[in-house]
Design a protein around this ligand. Structure first.
Ligand SMILES: NC(=O)c1ccc[n+]([C@@H]2O[C@H](COP(=O)([O-])OP(=O)(O)OC[C@H]3O[C@@H](n4cnc5c(N)ncnc54)[C@H](O)[C@@H]3O)[C@@H](O)[C@H]2O)c1
Length: 274
């Protein structure tokens, strides 16, 4: 008989979660800890990453906080040194840090020519370079050992552009491309032990998009209503609903899976609107 629980174990694996103090990243970090992984919660604010690491420790896991900006190679390299000093290895990288800026989205009364080019550049930098750079730094020890799992965070907007959301959608489309490119590169140059995949979450209420989706009284905005009407399950996602896919992609259960982007979206990407 195949013992299926051992297929999904991450016991003693060392995982770095960028954006690990955020809404989705903290749930994914807790999920990996629950599967047995040691967690380095990486973010820019010491108090936030330490609070998350403490919460994981309080729940019986093993965790540390790491302060680094995903766009700062020097800080990322210092974080890598700290993890290798503490645990001696890096097995898993979740590239969750990312997000949008108002100026990279066309306002309701604007058109393309109202786009802020500096904001567009910052959003592309955060989402694309903010994934490439941590991968460049943290995947090095994985490549040296020929073993590791990388999970990037895409979005529904990567393949089905949302109206107005120009910078973020372009950056997440680039994440899909980078995920596939890196999967091929790693398998070709470092062997089958390094896998690179992505999750494309549907719409989850977070700090960044709350006011776009919900009014002050928690009723849906018209944007929120449009999204729900295009979601066959008729609701937003709960952050914990990303945990199963995350564990699967990082675990031996996905040993032959690389270069894919898994939607976790209540059916949004399957629905044509008709
Ligand atoms: N919430 C959604 O509906 C949704 C849907 C699809 C994709 N996503 C993606 O999921 C990821 C997490 O989103 P979230 O909703 O949890 O947002 P969030 O704002 O709660 O989390 C993002 C985290 O990244 C951190 N971060 C931002 N810039 C950083 C930087 N330069 N260096 C280090 N850390 C940085 C933030 O401090 C925050 O902790 C993002 O990549 C987002 O684009 C979210």
């Amino acid at each position: 008989m195949i013992h299926t629980t051992s297929l999904f174990t991450l016991k003693d694996k060392v995982a770095i979660v960028t954006g690990g103090a955020g809404v989705l990243g903290s749930a994914m970090a807790r999920g990996l800890a629950g599967a047995g992984a040691r967690i380095a919660v990486l973010g820019r604010t010491a108090s936030k990453v330490e609070r998350q690491a403490d919460a994981i420790q309080a729940a019986g896991g093993d965790a540390i906080g790491l302060v680094a900006d995903v766009l700062n190679q020097d800080q990322l390299e210092k974080a890598r040194t700290a993890v290798l000093h503490k645990w001696g290895r890096i097995d898993i990288l979740l590239n969750v840090a990312g997000g949008n800026r108002p100026g990279a989205t066309i306002g309701p009364d604007q058109d393309f020519f109202g786009l802020s080019i500096p904001d567009f550049r910052q959003v592309v930098d955060l989402n694309l370079l903010g994934t490439v750079l941590p991968t460049y730094v943290f995947a090095k020890p994985m490549a040296e050992r020929g073993e590791g799992a990388i999970v990037n965070i895409s979005s529904l907007t990567a393949q089905q552009p949302f109206t107005r959301v120009v910078g973020y959608g372009a950056a997440k489309a680039a994440i899909d491309n980078f995920t596939k490119w890196l999967a091929v590169e790693m398998a070709a140059k470092f062997g089958e032990g390094i896998r690179v995949n992505a999750i494309a979450p549907g719409v989850f209420i977070g700090e960044q998009n709350r006011r776009l989706l919900l009014n002050e009284d928690d009723s849906l905005t018209s944007r929120g209503e449009t999204i729900i009407s295009h979601t066959p399950m008729k609701r937003f996602g709960e952050p914990e609903e990303l945990i199963g896919t995350t564990i699967w992609l990082c675990s031996p259960a996905a040993a032959f899976v690389t270069g894919i982007i898994v939607p976790v979206d209540g059916g949004f990407s399957a629905f044509s609107g008709v």
